[in-house]
Design a binder for this molecule. Sequence first.
Ligand SMILES: [Zn+2]
Length: 321
Amino acid sequence: MSFASDIKNELIEKSELARAMGGMKECCIHAEMYGIFLFCRDFSSSNICIKTENMEVASLFASYASTITGRSYNLEQTSSGKYRVNIKKAEERKLILEHFGHTGQEVNRRMYRSNLEDECCLSALLRGAFLSCGTITDPEKDYHLEFVMSHKVLSNDLLKLITEIHLPSEDGSVDYARKEFDPKYILRRGVHVVYFKDSESIENILTFMGAPDAALEVMGTRMYKDMRNRVNRKMNFENANAGRAFNAAYRQIEAIRFIEEEKGLGFLPDDLRELATLRLENEDYTLSDLADNLKEPISKSGVNHRLKKILETAEGLGWKG
Ligand SMILES: [Zn+2]
């Protein structure tokens, strides 16, 4: 199952539990219903229909429609494996539209604020909207959560609603001046998309809608990815350093072999000859290893200085390293 589907199932499960336990206010139940209907594919006097890959969402839509009309509705399965619930009778569509203050004749599909009684209802409405028209990418691949709709005005209403959300801080206080969310908008192949691209907003909006487990999962993935990136950067850095050291040692050995062939190592003064021999015999030695293994240990920079002199000697003899 997709990550998006898992989240929708979590949202539905938690919402159903809250309703069953009497933990959801009537105003919020109404707002959640409104979110599902308003953001579904068709919501007009000629058509009210949801089409979704998630069976639980389709069932919830059908059960909410039933609570309004008193009829029951079947889930149909489309050829592409999606689930569809279609309110076929005009009088039943009318009942649903009127339930939310819509006539079904509106030119633009808009969000009627009369369906939101209080701030508590924002979360429920957004959850309904996400169930109907939302999707989220697996955070392993990318951070992306979006709401997709075919009405520009509705997308504006949603953008505005999201920017009105206020999250309580840890001590429970609410800062009404702070803007919690900065959703983005894009017109993509004729549909209007309201979306988030940063993991922190996605974590917060998931928590706000009522999917804290999913939010934790996104957060966990983000932390894991951050750590993995840090480790990779460190390893690349160390590999690059090791590579540089290896190249330097290789050059030194080439130079020493050249001197040996041209003049013999006896050509070098004692201090350089000792180091040259040590270098030849221990290709894997670092500068500190070399420094520590001289008869009279010297500093790393002292070793470096002597190696430079060896290279210069080789060059003086015609080495083109
Ligand atoms: Zn409410």
